[in-house]
Design a protein around this ligand. Sequence first.
Ligand code: SAM
Length: 290
Amino acid sequence: MKHQGNALPPYVHLDNGELWLTEDDRDNLKISYRIKEVIFAEPSDYQHVMILDSYDFGRMLVLDGVVQTTSIDGHIYNEMITHVPLQLHPEAKQALIIGGGDCGAAREAAKYDRLETIEMVEIDKKVVHACKEHLPAVSGNLSDPRVKFIYDDGVAFVQGKEGVYNVIMIDSSDPVGPAEALFSSEFYANVHRALKEDGLMVCQSQSPIFHLDILKRTYRNIRELFPHVLVYTAVVPTYPGGMWSFTIGSKRPLDFPAQTTIPNDTKYVNDAVFRQCFSLPEFLRSALEE
Ligand code: SAM
């Protein structure tokens, strides 16, 4: 999109005196949220960044007009992209998050004392600053000394790294703009190389309803690199279609722990959710077999 100084972008508009955000990045589907207040709105070098206060979802992070996370349902995605891989790798010590500018994934990862380092490589400093200041329900005002913020392109950052991390979590926005390359096979090959011999990665792999092609391509790309691959899902109300997918690629066998060690202050993930999230509905199970 074109950056427009501090003027509000066209997807924030008045309708009969009410303020609305309309996500209009899709050809055949528009989703609108009634907005109480624009808390923050500025273009960055990469995208247009807003924090809006909405009636139904509380404060939300909106990048280029697309809702990324909200006070009401952000924990679902952030817990699922961190606790599931960290439960599958109980010995993990070095973790890397790519993207994740709302800080919610880093906040969840920091609940694991056994993690010695949590690096977060986010391309857009403005997203992190806006979320730390205006979206504490998601970012939690994260100040854990193990979390190291690195402002860089995740694609360039992993290039040339070898055997550094036990777990890499790719918490990207949709595959357009700066996040497009985070869905490429070259990038996954670099992620594979950056992992230790026992390492595993997870990425958000989009909507099984609206982006099944992206999910299938992601699954195939990861399966070509990793001997062990699993897809799991969660329901995130503000993502189109509700149902959202995550794909894990692992160098080590994916053994389910007899006892999980999920922190007791989660709101979505618990032992039962962890065990059932890999049960896929038939249309998805068979699509991945093709
Ligand atoms: N939970 C969200 C979702 O699925 O819609 C995404 C969370 S987070 C806000 C996504 C972050 O990825 C954004 O802050 C964006 O700036 C960052 N990002 C996009 N492309 C990137 C890249 N190439 N390297 C590092 N971070 C990137």
